[in-house]
Design a binder for this molecule. Structure first.
Ligand code: NBP
Length: 475
């Protein structure tokens, strides 16, 4: 047994991770159900480092140094359960199974509990950065026991992306489902970010009439300032690309129906359970659903008319949109962090939000310059009631609010949907309102359901006898 770590599942992600381990000087055992993938990997990249290929899983397990570390990179769901069962049967107390697939955190909790019974460590690990990240340095979000991280952590940290200050983008986030939970919310924020960028594009294209090639330049320019991020960079690339077949901007020949693989939906479903308003992620997920709702779109497109008057575009609108984008993005992150904090309390994970934002600074899809500032905000005050209460972020959203309002108002007048910008602004206004109409809702609830209410001027719970003499009783 010579291998420091092993990888089971050698499709794109698994083979790139295995190469990344090997390139960092680790001896890596490799196994794939279909052996041809293993030999393909060795034939193509065997010279990049020390690989120990096995055709049989028992030989793979035998090739691992103890405590054994086997990282699974197979399809999430039943395939992952099948591989875990096979591995667990061959492993011994103290060994570790690491799941780097996109598992739902509840499955990770279930698997961890079952394997703990058998004396095995199960480390549910979020891996972000796609194929390229897996090879060159992903952001890694492990959840599992402290004991397992002692020997596993240094290996994962070595192959992870490094933040601009050199810190590895890999930190143990907490026990059992903590890592996969943080990866899920990362993906939710990614949905939200992409939707906001899409709205900015739509406003500048349809509202102002700027062509994609010029928009590519605007996004590139934005990418050199506060908005500097991988997703803005990608946006400029896509907008600047011309379709070879038609000579048109590629964005004009792509069908406008957004796909999804489920992590945005999971994030929103969980947020509903926890009662955390992640309106940015929810609107982004629903906007994808609306785009793919062909029946409704085709049934309505010729019937529902737009504004009767052409909306005036305010001077300086491009800068307004940039500010609205930045402010809305900050709201989306603030909401995502609220969800992580709520889940951490619910499941007793002890997730440190500063470590979480720090490890998103490189390697992952939502990497962005402003994550440095978010990290600083959580580090200087881990008890912030909301990210928006960090002095720097309070200032950014407050300074942006006039532009933000002009953008949302102009969008409404122009008939261009901006559910991301609008809901983010509504959230901002909700938080800053001293009185919300929730008072009336409590009155309504008490009226039809005797659900009771509390008063602003006295302790206690009250009910008004609405159907009788309308006297108030303390209950
Ligand atoms: P896939 O998700 O396409 O899975 C293919 C792999 O699963 C192959 O190695 C296949 O073996 C193996 N497999 C299956 Br399917 N059923 C199996 C079973 N019952 N027993 C053993 N092996 C089985 O691979 P991927 O795109 O590399 O992704 C791997 C994981 O990483 C997924 O959970 C994915 O969600 C996650 N992830 C992907 C990305 C990305 O950008 N693609 C990013 C982050 C995370 P075979 O060769 O014998 O069929």
């Amino acid at each position: 047994s010579t291998a420091d770590i092993g990888v089971v599942g050698l499709a794109v992600m698994g083979s790139n991770l295995a190469r990344n381990f090997a390139r960092h000087g680790f001896t890596v055992a490799v196994y794939n159900r279909t052996y041809a993938k293993t030999t393909d990997l060795i034939d193509a990249h065997g010279d990049e480092g020390d690989f120990v290929p096995s055709e049989e899983l028992k030989d793979f397990v035998a090739s691992l140094k103890r405590p054994r570390k086997a990282m699974i990179m197979v399809q999430a769901g039943p395939a992952t359960d099948a591989v875990i069962d096979q591995l667990a049967a061959l492993m011994e107390e103290g060994d570790m199974i690491i799941d780097g697939g996109n598992a739902h955190f509840e499955n990770t909790r279930r698997r961890e509990a079952a394997l703990r019974e058998q004396g095995l460590h199960f480390v549910g690990t979020g891996v972000s950065g796609g194929e390229e990240g897996a090879l060159l340095g992903p952001a890694i979000m492990p959840g599992g026991s402290e004991e397992s991280y002692e020997s596993l952590g240094p290996i994962l940290e070595a192959i992870s992306a490094k933040a601009p200050d050199g810190t590895p983008c890999c930190t143990r986030l907490g026990p059992d489902g903590a890592g996969h939970f943080v990866k899920m919310v990362h993906n939710g924020i990614e949905y939200s970010d992409m939707q906001l960028i899409g709205e900015a594009y739509d406003l500048l294209r349809r509202g102002v009439g700027i062509e994609p090639a010029d928009l590519a330049r605007i996004f590139s320019e934005w990418n050199s300032g506060d908005l500097d991020s991988y997703l803005i960079e990608v946006t400029a690339e896509v907008l600047g690309h011309t379709d070879a077949a038609t000579g048109k901007p590629l964005v004009d020949v792509i069908v406008d129906q957004a796909g999804q693989k489920g992590t945005g939906r999971w994030t929103v479903q969980n947020a509903l359970d926890l009662g955390v308003p992640v309106t940015g992620i929810a609107e982004a997920t629903f906007a994808r659903a609306l785009s793919s709702g062909v029946k409704q779109r085709e049934g309505a497109v010729d019937l529902l008319t737009g504004p009767t008057e052409k909306a005036a575009i305010p001077d300086g609108f491009v800068e307004d949109v940039r500010q609205a984008l930045y402010a809305s993005k900050i709201v989306a992150y603030a909401q995502g962090f609220d969800q992580i904090a709520a889940a951490s309390a619910e499941y007793d994970w002890g997730i440190d939000l500063g470590s979480c934002s720090a490890l998103w600074r490189a390697g992952c899809i939502i990497r962005a310059r402003f994550l440095d500032r978010i990290t600083e905000a959580w580090r200087s005050d881990p008890d912030l009631p909301t990210l928006l209460a960090a002095p720097e972020f309070t200032k950014i959203v407050t300074d942006a609010q006039d532009a933000w309002r002009r953008v949302v108002a102009t969008a409404a007048l122009a008939g261009i949907p901006t559910p991301g910008f609008s809901s983010a602004l509504a959230y901002y206004d909700g938080l800053r309102s001293r009185r919300l109409p929730a008072a009336l809702i409590q009155g309504q609830r008490d009226f039809f359901g005797a659900h009771t209410y509390r008063r602003v001027d006295r302790e206690g719970t009250f009910h008004t006898d609405w159907s009788g003499d309308r006297a108030e009783h303390e209950v």
